[in-house]
Design a protein around this ligand. Structure first.
Ligand SMILES: [Zn+2]
Ligand SMILES: [Zn+2]
Length: 385
């Protein structure tokens, strides 16, 4: 095998006194550790502990990976769950961030599809490219998943190492900026797969969306872009108003009305597709109960631990021939279709971006993720401050 030295653009060398965060010994990508180059990152060393912006060791591309110069990274509730210690994939110390976009800064020895400077994004589940699932085109449920911000250090950093790059990177069309690309992250892309691939949405069909958070609002926008008729369910009137503004034809406030009865009436017999975009046992039960015959329930929202064995109305599943499907992220090869719709203006994920923040503001944003229930997505787009 030929000798290979990772190619890098001209890189800065830190001249300030620095504290080097320890890297996990099993972090295989860091097979070489340059002793003189460091990058800024938001890192935590204990769960539910302080998150600080520090200089950490500069990542190196694995032979099948790249290093990304991160240009934007979404802040997501999954990052909050990870910080709280709810994700067994995370080992400490850890850098969060799984909704990222950027430019390629270094490529590994065996990379064939990418070069330095390419503008890219990636799914939050990166498939290995060689397991049974990947070979069938289902990289989103790969047997050997690489998840930046979970199984490895993530995008709350100036630079991040990405594994399996040939299989998972997605080229950004010229018209799509880094913040928009990062906002697709897990919520928008996951909803796209849920509505289009798992839901098999068709023009004129009714789609019920339970929960108008990031996933739910994305699903509403996507379903209506495919000319489906959407009924949105939530407990907050302001979120339902926003849902209407991005395509919901009807809304139900489930604190005032029984959602099953209301949806059955609005859709005259039940929706063809119903999505639990929040993750709650009652929603799952109501969603399945309200479906039209041969309808499809799509479970996207993650239930809290202790709720994983929720009950469902089995009698209705049989009598109405109902399908129940899970949906987990979206594989890279399905992105171009979605990006094309964004470029054409048929989908406008920009409407779901609430604001942008700097890396130094990201720790506060992350720890308040649970208490501060703002509508829309927050994206880090300034890594110098
Ligand atoms: Zn795989
Ligand atoms: Zn996310």
């Amino acid at each position: 095998m030929e000798d290979f030295t990772p190619r890098r653009k001209g890189r800065k060398v830190s001249t300030k006194p620095i504290r080097i965060a320890e890297c996990p010994e099993d972090y295989g990508i860091l097979t070489e550790r340059p002793q003189h180059e460091f990058v800024k990152a938001a890192i935590y060393k204990q769960f539910n502990g302080p998150i600080t912006v520090e200089n950490v060791v500069d990542p190196i591309a694995a032979s099948t990976g790249v290093v990304l110069h991160v240009r934007a990274c979404g802040i997501c509730r999954s990052d909050w769950h990870g910080w709280m210690g709810n994700d067994p994939d995370i080992s400490l110390p850890h850098i969060p961030g799984h909704e990222l976009s950027g430019e390629i800064a270094a490529v590994g020895a065996t990379i064939t599809k990418w070069k330095i400077g390419d503008r890219v994004t990636l799914p939050f589940v990166c498939g290995c490219g060689t397991c049974e699932q990947c070979l069938s085109g289902n990289q989103q449920i790969c047997d050997r998943q690489f998840q930046p911000g979970f199984t490895a250090w993530g995008g709350f950093a100036e630079y991040v190492a990405i594994e399996y790059a040939d299989t998972n990177l997605i080229r950004l069309p010229d018209g799509i900026d880094f913040v928009t690309a990062a906002s697709l992250g897990c919520r928008f892309a996951t909803s796209y797969r849920a509505v289009v691939d798992q839901g098999r949405v068709a023009e004129g069909q009714w789609v019920a969306v339970y929960g108008c958070g990031g996933v739910g609002l994305s699903a509403i926008m996507i379903a209506s872009a495919f000319c489906a008729r959407v009924v949105a369910v939530d407990i907050a009137d302001d979120k339902l108003e926003f849902a209407k503004s991005i395509g919901a034809e009807a809304v139900v406030n489930s604190t005032h009305d029984d959602p099953v009865a209301a949806i059955m009436e609005i859709t005259v017999g039940g929706p063809h597709i119903s999505i639990d975009a929040l993750g709650h046992p009652e929603i799952l039960f109501n969603s399945v109960s309200s479906l039209r015959k041969r309808g499809r329930h799509i479970q996207v929202g993650i239930m809290e631990s202790g709720q994983h064995n929720s009950s469902i109305p089995v009698d209705k599943i049989i009598a109405r021939e109902i399908e129940i499907l899970g949906s987990h992220g979206m594989q890279a090869h399905r992105y171009p279709e979605m990006l094309e719709m964004i470029r054409d203006g048929k989908l406008q994920p920009q409407k779901l971006i609430a604001r942008t923040v700097s890396l130094s503001e990201s720790p506060t944003e992350l720890v308040n993720m649970n208490s501060f229930n703002a509508a829309g997505v927050t994206v880090i787009n300034n890594f110098q401050q």
